[in-house]
Design a protein around this ligand. Structure first.
Ligand code: 0A1
Ligand code: ZN
Length: 883
């Protein structure tokens, strides 16, 4: 493990590299346990660095076999090679060629970083610091080189040989047993975008004509036999390519774009230049094997990786602190793509729900960090929802502030000004400052200050003066390392909704209209007065979630119900119902803890009924409205002294009230949406299924026999995985014989398909019953489970830790013990996976005292374990730190 490196790494210590690499020629001879890698690097001193400098190359667990300088073997007095570093103390200060031979063992690589095997396939993962596990190299993103890769392998072992760029040459060696392929990527790139693949793979091919009329070959490589499950990924890729041309003027730049799907992968996918490597979960889909959610993820992730070609690859990051430069921006772009392909309001609601469920929780806990961190111990731990999703929100705010046209001009400027460079956030934001002719220095605080800003909005109507006054105040809570903060620039899109449901014109005191309804709060507090307001309006603030803040407005429940019916902004229409439900659920949770009866709110149920029966709303939107705040949403709102059992009980009470009061409406909606049409993954059909299955979920709340029969019927008759899974999920939430039968049947049907077995594991891990812990433990010995496969671990143990609030937070602490035992078992093999699992415990401080101390004890046990990986060590240190 890499323990001897100097840590932490700080942004302020950034220095340009001493040496640059112009070209890399790699010759990789694949072998299961002894792959020989010959790297020939053309290096030169960096004119921007202080010369003369030693030459220090990064390594990670490497064995040096041979070293030559300018064609001559280098005597051992001239260099020092350790597994982690190759250094030449006094290299000649001129361009030089270094030839390095290393031996690596892909079969022994359980970290899934560098060159490893997924099944029998050889593949690589180099982001962030995996290339140094293949050869010695200045493994930092500001060293960009042109790569030529020759791969050699046994023909039977690896008939397909792929690397970045275009295929230059291929052939069989004289023995007839081995063959080779040479790939050349003309675009200079950082080492983290390098990839190669070798194996027995089937290919699905298509074509795309770019806007300038060039033909690009598109290939998706999968395990043989799975070719018929690549159609949706290919279709998504072509739509993403077209969209990037239309929305951003960005064209693909190589003759070939390849995707390889593998079964063992630490993350979702990787944007290696011209050769994306994917977790097969995000490629393979057919109506019988994938749910609507799977289809949507495939579309979003294929697009995300493709969009990286411009935001990440052509323009990369100067250093890893700038990770959000590529990730926040690319998430913003994939969210925009999905909004254009599907329903914009529904996507916004889903994205914000995700942001609140994950990012706001991270921002409120011990792992909070700025969108651009300034210090890290282990960069792998910064592929976070803050860098990705909050990073996307920050880009979105630039768009809100500048308006769509100037925003696009800023993006164009960024692409022309920085193409081929390794850039910084300052350079990115400067493009928008230049395009918009404005000073964005205060805006930079969004990158530097962690924590979710809290906004209090107080509105008051003066009937005599016909004015409406809005007082806004912002505070930013302290976060680790940041006890006090500066006021931020907060773009709040607002409207005043008149009694007839229409927006009133927003006229400032000086008579000027408020452009785009945008209030920009850039001080601790500000007041806005609107004139000519004839009747008392209801304020609708932060429309479309224009700023990622926590907003409290002094509106009554009655006003919220009015907004739920009338707000012209669909996001705030959804938000109004969500806020009403949240108010009730928080009150009820507190009542239950005091052993009092939970509060009932017939008016909320009536508001839900109004949405359910409204004919002008799209089903996907209605599904979002009736999907109540989750248990973790409620816990986040309560924020301290949380008892997950009380939260669960409060939520169940509201579900029961909806189920009993609206049983007819739910049943008719369910029936109306049960369509005999063949399955299609398009947005409309997906929305109808989402609403139907949300109704089913409510109908089965009390597990009464007729509801169970309905779920059972849906399970048996389903012609697609979405409906079958939804029915199985409803059944798993009821302790009944039908549940056991359906779970057994599901396994029998799909035991040969690991991605479907994952669904079976996740459903069982999420059952909110005390027996679940033993069930999950037993499943770890099931033949279908493997601790070595990240998808299996996330499906079973990740689902237990992250989506089962009552059982992972059992009052006896055994949930924490189990999670921690698993983390410690996985850590020696796959530290990244272990660290991610451990971060499920990050919110331990919000729990009620008993659970809090049990969770702390479990974390302390991790902290006290010798030889932790840097990944797990870093998470546990931060999780326990007193801030
Ligand atoms: N850049 C990828 C995410 C990614 C990061 C690290 C990985 O290695 C374990 C793999 C993928 C993305 O944003 O899609
Ligand atoms: Zn990405």
């Amino acid at each position: 493990m890499r323990t001897d490196e100097p840590h932490p790494i700080r942004l302020q210590d950034y220095r340009p590299p001493d040496w640059l690499v112009d070209t890399v020629e790699l010759d990789v001879s694949l072998d299961a346990s002894a792959t020989r890698v010959r790297a020939s690097l053309l290096l030169r001193p960096n004119p921007k660095a202080a010369a003369p400098a030693p030459l220090v190359l990064d390594g990670d667990g490497l064995t040096l076999v041979a070293l030559r300088l300018d064609g001559e073997p280098l005597a051992s007095v001239h260099y020092v090679a350790t597994p982690d570093r190759l250094s030449l103390a006094q290299p000649p200060q001129r361009p030089l060629r270094l030839e390095i031979e290393t031996l690596v063992d892909p079969s022994a690589n359980t970290q899934l970083m560098g060159l490893y095997r997924s099944g029998k396939t050889y593949c690589t993962q180099c982001e962030a610091e995996g290339f140094r596990r293949i050869t010695y190299f200045p493994d930092r993103p500001d060293v960009m080189a042109v790569y030529t890769t020759r791969i050699e392998a046994d023909i039977t072992d690896a008939p397909v040989l792929l690397a970045n760029g275009n295929l230059k040459e291929a052939g069989t060696l004289p023995s007839g047993k081995r063959h080779f392929a040479v790939w050349h990527d003309p675009f200079p790139k950082p080492a983290y975008l390098f990839a190669l693949v070798g194996g027995t793979l089937a290919v699905v091919e298509d074509r795309f004509r770019t806007m300038s009329g060039r033909d690009v070959t598109l290939r998706i490589y999968v395990e043989p036999g799975k070719e018929d499950r690549c159609g949706y990924a290919m279709d998504s890729l072509k739509r993403a390519m077209r969209w990037d041309e239309q929305a951003f003027g960005r064209e693909y730049d190589l003759d070939m774009f390849m995707i390889v799907a593998v079964s063992d992968f630490n993350m979702g996918a990787m944007e290696n230049k011209g050769l994306n490597i994917f977790n097969d979960k995000y490629i393979l889909a057919s109506p019988e094997t994938a749910t609507d959610t799977d289809y949507a993820s495939i579309e979003a992730i294929v697009a995300h990786e493709y969009f990286h070609n411009w935001t990440g690859n052509r323009i990369t990051c100067r250093d890893w602190f700038q990770l959000c430069l590529k990730e926040g921006l690319t998430v913003f772009r994939d969210q925009e793509f999905t909004s254009d392909e599907r329903s914009r309001p529904v996507e916004r609601i889903k994205d914000v729900r995700g942001l609140r469920a994950h990012q706001c929780v991270e921002d409120a806990g011990p792992l909070a960090h700025p969108v651009r961190p300034t210090l890290y111990h282990e960069i792998n731990n910064f592929y976070t929802t803050t860098v990705y999703e909050k990073g996307a929100e920050v880009v979105r705010m630039l768009q809100v502030l500048l308006g769509p046209q100037q925003f696009r001009q800023g993006m164009d400027l960024y692409f022309t000004r920085h193409d081929g460079e390794a850039a910084t956030i300052e350079q990115f934001v400067q493009c928008f400052a230049d395009a918009g002719g404005r000073d964005l220095s205060q805006f930079m605080l969004w990158y530097a200050q962690s924590g979710t800003p809290e906004i209090v909005a107080t509105g008051s109507y003066d009937a005599r003066a016909k004015t409406y006054r809005l007082d806004l105040a912002q505070t930013l809570p302290p976060t680790p390392g940041q006890p006090s903060k500066e006021p931020m620039v907060i773009p709040l899109v607002a409207g005043l909704v008149g009694p007839d449901g229409r927006d009133l014109p927003l006229q400032r005191a000086d008579g000027a209209p408020l452009e785009r309804g945008l209030l920009t709060l850039d001080r601790p507090a500000a007041s806005y007065v609107f004139t000519g307001v004839e009747q008392r309006p209801v304020p609708s603030i932060n429309r479309g979630f224009s700023a990622p803040v926590r907003l409290t407005v002094n509106v009554s429940d009655e006003d919220l119900r009015f907004l739920a019916n009338h707000d012209s902004d669909p996001f705030n229409r959804w938000q109004a119902v969500h806020t009403l439900a949240m108010r009730l659920l928080v009150d009820s949770t507190e009542a239950i803890r005091r052993s009092e009866p939970p509060r009932q709110d017939p008016a909320l149920v009536a508001a839900i009924k109004a949405v359910l029966t409204s004919r002008d709303l799209e089903p996907a939107f209605v599904a979002q409205v009736i999907a109540l705040p989750s248990e973790s949403d409620i816990a986040r709102e309560i924020a301290r002294d949380v008892n997950p059992d009380a939260v669960y009980a409060a939520r169940q009470t509201l579900r029961q009230a909806i189920m009993t009061t609206l049983s007819k409406t739910l049943a008719t909606t369910y029936q109306r949406l049960s369509s005999p049409e063949p399955y299609s993954p398009d947005a409309d059909a997906t929305g109808r299924r989402a609403l139907k299955n949300t109704c089913l979920d409510l109908i089965t709340t009390a597990c009464d026999p007729s509801a169970i029969a309905l779920a059972k019927r849906q399970y048996e008759r389903a012609d697609n995985m979405t409906d079958r899974m939804a029915a199985l999920q409803a059944l798993t939430l009821c302790d009944c014989t039908e549940r056991t039968a359906a779970l057994d049947d599901f396994y029998r049907r799909y035991s040969g398909d690991p991605l479907i077995v994952d669904k079976w594991l996740s459903l069982q891990a999420a059952i909110p019953e005390p027996a679940t812990l033993e069930r999950v433990k037993a499943l770890t010995s099931h033949p279908a489970f493997s601790m070595a496969n990240p998808n299996r671990v996330r499906a079973l143990i990740g689902a237990f830790a992250m989506s089962n609030q009552t059982q992972s937070n059992r009052a006896d602490g055994r949930g924490y013990d189990f999670i921690v035992d698993t983390v410690l078992a996985i850590d020696p093999k796959n530290p990244q996976l272990a660290a991610r699992l451990l971060s499920a415990l990050k919110s331990w401080r919000v729990l009620e005292p008993r659970r809090r101390s049990l969770a702390r004890a479990a974390l302390k046990r991790v902290a006290g374990t010798p030889s932790l990986s840097r990944d797990v060590g870093d998470i546990v240190q931060r999780a326990l730190a007193e801030s």
